[in-house]
Design a protein around this ligand. Structure first.
Ligand SMILES: Cc1cc2nc3c(=O)[nH]c(=O)nc-3n(C[C@H](O)[C@H](O)[C@H](O)COP(=O)(O)OP(=O)(O)OC[C@H]3O[C@@H](n4cnc5c(N)ncnc54)[C@H](O)[C@@H]3O)c2cc1C
Length: 473
């Protein structure tokens, strides 16, 4: 009997057979003889896999802890008040509603039992599968310093973006009322850690926010004097891009007023301060964009991983030694044709999802063997700020306004749903024409450090910078 015949998940809710540990109040589900594919994760990879199996002869259940698909590449625009959360997210049920064979379950997956082929849902029992696709993405890594997370939030989820936006905007509100000059400076200092695409995009957009938008809003402070610092431990920013494009991005950031500090690893982060090898910076807003590690799905399986916790998969994306289990996107370690690991990018996850979805549908309905996955690189893009971006297509490279326009068109095209495309285009046109940022709302507590702790940070920085002032004199 297949998991499909057991008919354990039906009608959009986990019903008719929630396993031990479930809520127990269940109704019998109709018997369904179609093979059952369970996908964990409705991000780029999982959603693409579900869409590719939509309308096929297999039954699909997609499980995600959220009820929405998030367009992560534009998350930094929510954190910097360019866009609102609803502009870059769409309900998973709505996206998949046209496929009657695809079911959606909002639940946290807490484990997998490969022997009995079941996925464990938090508080909801088990879902059986014939094939399991793990597409749980990645999370931030603080390189063994998880205590830094409280002071330097990372940008991975919608909640993170809203929290960072709140902290950033609230800092300027408090600076407007601050009577102490050092405290005002600390409140108006933003440190972004990590010179990859996320850090560069954050720093450039924050510089635009303070110098072009907030500048008109305040009466006592001068937001254009705010300090925006981008810190990178390596020798250059955008290290995965050709050097020529890194140099362009560096100059563009400096033009925007960002202080770029390369070759300075972070030594410590505390409330309201960052200690680098070259000194301590007192800053109210600290954003972590330096490291990622895979979501913990490998521990559910006991599967082999790389150093970043990614599940090592075969060329057809199957997990060796575990029949019927596959992994893709950020949670998987897959090698490209030349043997080098594929990067953690949305285009990789999406192509893998499309490939695996089609392959599994063909395999389960017609017995076609699973072909290997081949990645087609469509190019690497990073935006630096208004009118500045870089694009690397291998032999062709673009920079400046042309790259920026290309970046805008590509991102609107890739957004899920006509509504979001329309909203984002309208917001961008309005922001571009007016320098305005429509989403400057403080909706929650950004987790700001307490004043006493902040004072400590200011005192520490003053003590450290004293010899340099003396030298200059
Ligand atoms: C700030 C930022 C900017 C980026 N910019 C770009 C860019 O410009 N271009 C680019 O190509 N890539 C970019 N990336 C990388 C890109 O977002 C990822 O490579 C891509 O999202 C990976 O897709 P995925 O499907 O593997 O995971 P995700 O898209 O992260 O989706 C994972 C899904 O799994 C769900 N999930 C996880 N664990 C569980 C669980 N236990 N139970 C239930 N559900 C679970 C999550 O809710 C989520 O919906 C960026 C990443 C970040 C953080």
């Amino acid at each position: 009997m297949t998991a499909g015949e057991a008919g354990l998940v039906a009608g959009g809710v986990v019903a008719g057979g929630v396993g031990a540990g479930g809520r127990g109040d269940v109704t019998p589900a109709p018997v369904d003889s179609r093979p059952h594919v369970v996908i964990v994760g409705g991000g780029f990879g999982g959603l693409a896999a579900a869409q590719a199996m939509g309308g096929s002869g297999v039954r699909v259940t997609l499980v995600d802890r959220h009820n929405y698909h998030l367009f992560v590449p534009l998350l930094y625009q929510v954190a910097t008040a360019v866009l609102s959360p609803g502009d870059i997210a769409a309900p998973i049920r709505g996206i998949l509603s046209r496929y009657p064979n695809v079911d959606v379950v909002m639940a946290e997956v807490t484990g997998v039992d490969p022997a009995s082929r079941q996925v464990r849902l938090d508080g909801l029992g088990f879902v059986p599968y014939d094939r399991l696709v793990l597409a749980t993405g990645s999370t931030q890594s603080y390189f063994g310093h998880d205590e830094w997370a409280a002071h330097a939030p990372a940008l991975k989820t919608m909640e993170d973006a809203r929290r960072i936006r709140a902290r950033l905007l609230a800092a300027f509100e408090r600076a407007e009322l601050a009577s102490d000059e050092a405290e005002r400076c600390r409140l108006m200092t933003v440190v972004v850690i990590g010179g990859g695409p996320t850090g560069v995009e954050m720093a450039g957009t924050i510089a635009g926010l303070v110098r072009q938008t907030l500048v008109r809003d305040f009466r006592r402070i001068r937001p254009e004097t705010a300090r925006v610092v981008l810190v990178e431990a390596g020798p250059r920013i955008l290290g995965s891009f050709p050097e020529e494009l890194s140099d362009y991005a560096l100059n563009a950031l400096r033009e925007l007023g960002v202080e770029v500090r390369v070759g300075e690893p972070v030594e410590d982060i505390g409330p309201g301060r960052v200690r680098l090898s070259g000194g301590t910076i007192a800053a109210e807003t600290i954003v972590w964009g330096a490291g990622v590690r895979a979501a913990p799905a490998a521990s559910w399986l006991g599967a082999r991983t790389d150093r970043g916790g990614r599940i090592v998969v075969a060329s057809d994306l199957s997990v060796p030694g575990l029949e019927g289990v596959y992994a893709l996107g950020d949670v998987a370690f897959a090698a490209g044709e030349d043997g080098t690991p594929l990067p953690g990018l949305a285009q990789v996850a999406k192509q893998q999802g499309q490939h695996l979805g089609r392959a599994l549908a063909a395999n389960l309905t017609r017995g076609t063997p699973l072909p290997p996955f081949v990645f087609r690189n469509r190019g690497n893009l990073a935006v630096v700020g208004r009118n500045h971006a870089v694009a690397d297509f291998g032999r062709r490279r673009l920079k400046g306004r042309r790259a920026w326009l290309f970046w805008c068109v590509v991102h609107v095209y890739l957004l899920v749903g006509f509504r979001n495309r329309l909203l984002v285009t309208a917001q961008w046109l309005w922001s571009w024409a007016t320098y305005g940022r429509g989403a400057r709302l403080i909706l929650e507590d950004g987790g700001a450090p307490r004043a006493a702790i902040a004072e400590e940070a200011i005192a520490e920085e003053a003590a450290r910078s004293r010899p340099r002032i003396a030298d200059a004199g």
